[in-house]
Ligand binder design. Structure first.
Ligand code: ZN
Ligand code: ZN
Length: 377
C-alpha cells in the first residue's frame, strides 16, 4: 500500500520536475509513511526522492522510540539528540537526495512552519545548492483525494462510531439541558463508541443559535419548540467522519418543517446525483437549485460540501462542492454533502452525510435517520 503511494509520488514528481518533496509531521506524512507525530519544536522532516528510492527522515532520537520498527521498514532515519541539534543530521540527509547546484524542492505551503523552511534553506546554502521552493500541497492533495479500500474501510468505521454516539446523544436531549452540557455528552459518547478522537470540536446549536452555521457552543438551555443542530465527527485509524442532523424538541412550527423538508430534499437529490465524472460545482448546483426553488436560496449560506479523509479542512482535503469546482470526480473520491438553511431570528437546519463515489453512483457511509426526528418535550 505504501509502496504504491511512493511510486505514485515519484511519478508526480517527475511530471512536475521536482527533485525532492519535503513533508513535515501531519496528514501527508501519515499518508506516505504511516507514521504520525505531533508537530513539535524539534525538527522532523521526511525527504522523498524523485527516483522513488527509500525516503529519508530527519528525526529526534526521542521520537524514534515509538516508531522505530515500522520506520526502519519504510525510511532511512537520520536521528539527532537534543545535545547535538538537528543541523548535521539534516545536512547528511539532504546531501543524499539533492542534485548539485540547483534543486526544485516542494514543501507544504499551508503546513510547514518558518522554522522548518529556514532549516532547509540554511542546509541548502551550506551544501552550495540553490533551492527553488515550490508548493507540494496540490500534488499531495490530488493523491489523497481518491481513497483505497483500506481508507474506505476506516472511513466507514469512523461513520459507524459517530452514528452510535449521535443516537445516544440525541436520546439525552430534554428541556433545560444546555448546549454545553450536550456537547460534553457528545464528546464522551464519541470516545466511548471507540473513536481515537473527535474530528473537530462538536457543534451544538439550539433555537435562534441554530441560524448560525458556525455557532460556538453556549450555555443556552433547550426549550420546547427549538430546532437543535448537532454536527460532530469521530476519528478512526486517522480517518474522519463528519455528520450533522437537526432535531426538533417538541412539535416544530410549520415554518420549521418547511425549511427542514427543503434541506432534506436537497440532501437526497445531491446524493442521488453523485456518480463518476460529476464535478463539485454540479453537485452544489443540484442542492442549491432545490433550496432556491423552495424559496430559501438566500439562506443557504455555505458550500454544499467538502473533501473528507485524513483531514476535514477543504484547503487540505479536496474536493470542494462549490461554484468553480469544475474537475470531474473519480470513483473513490470522498466528501460531505451538507446543504443547510439559516434564517436569523428563526433558526436553521443542516443535514450532512459522508459519501464516496462508486462505479454505480454513490455510497453514503452515514445512514442515520434523515426524516425529522421530534424529541418529546
Ligand atoms: Zn459537519
Ligand atoms: Zn462538514
Amino acid at each position: 500500500m505504501l509502496t504504491n503511494r511512493l511510486t505514485q509520488l515519484a511519478g508526480a514528481m517527475a511530471e512536475h520536475q521536482l527533485d525532492v518533496v519535503v513533508v513535515v509531521p501531519g496528514a501527508n506524512l501519515r499518508y506516505l509513511l504511516n507514521v504520525s507525530f505531533h508537530p513539535s519544536k524539534r525538527l522532523t522532516l521526511a525527504l522523498f526522492r524523485r527516483d522513488g528510492g527509500r525516503p529519508s527522515i530527519v528525526i529526534p532520537t526521542l521520537e524514534l522510540q515509538g516508531v522505530h520498527e515500522h520506520l526502519g521498514d519504510v525510511a532511512d532515519a537520520y536521528q539527532w539528540t537534543d545535545s547535538e541539534g538537528p543541523s548535521s543530521a539534516l545536512l547528511e540527509a539532504l546531501e543524499q537526495v539533492l542534485p548539485a547546484q540547483r534543486a526544485r524542492v516542494a514543501v507544504e505551503h499551508t503546513v510547514m512552519r518558518v522554522m522548518e523552511l529556514r532549516a532547509l534553506e540554511d542546509a541548502g546554502r551550506q551544501l552550495g545548492v540553490q533551492l527553488e521552493i515550490v508548493d507540494a500541497t496540490p500534488l499531495l492533495a490530488r493523491m489523497r483525494m481518491v481513497k483505497d479500500v483500506h481508507e474506505l474501510a476506516a472511513m466507514a468505521e469512523a461513520a459507524r462510531i459517530v452514528e452510535a454516539a449521535l443516537g445516544k446523544t440525541i436520546a439525552q436531549i430534554k428541556p433545560g439541558i444546555t448546549e454545553r452540557q450536550l456537547s460534553l455528552i457528545c464528546t464522551q459518547e464519541i470516545m466511548a463508541a471507540g473513536a481515537e478522537g473527535e474530528s473537530f470540536g462538536n457543534l451544538i446549536a439550539s433555537g435562534p443559535n441554530s441560524a448560525n452555521p458556525h455557532h460556538n457552543v453556549s450555555d443556552r438551555a433547550f426549550q420546547p419548540g427549538d430546532l437543535i443542530v448537532l454536527d460532530c465527527g469521530a476519528i478512526y485509524r486517522g480517518y474522519a467522519s463528519d455528520i450533522t442532523r437537526t432535531v426538533a424538541l417538541g412539535e416544530p412550527t410549520p415554518g420549521a418543517r418547511a425549511m427542514y423538508d427543503a434541506v432534506l430534499k436537497a440532501n437526497t437529490a445531491a446524493r442521488d446525483f453523485v456518480r463518476p465524472g460529476v464535478t463539485g460545482e454540479q453537485i452544489d448546483q443540484v442542492a442549491r437549485g432545490i433550496i432556491t426553488a423552495a424559496g430559501y436560496g438566500d439562506y443557504f449560506l455555505h458550500r454544499t460540501g467538502h473533501g473528507l479523509g485524513l483531514e476535514i479542512n477543504p484547503c487540505h482535503e479536496p474536493p470542494d462542492l462549490v461554484a468553480r469546482s469544475t474537475e470531474p470526480l473519480a470513483v473513490g473520491t470522498t466528501f460531505t454533502i451538507e446543504p443547510g438553511v439559516y434564517i436569523q431570528g428563526v433558526g436553521g437546519v443542516r443535514i450532512e452525510d459522508d459519501v464516496v463515489i462508486t462505479e454505480a453512483g454513490c455510497r453514503s457511509f452515514t445512514t442515520f435517520q434523515r426524516e425529522l426526528l421530534v424529541v418529546p418535550s
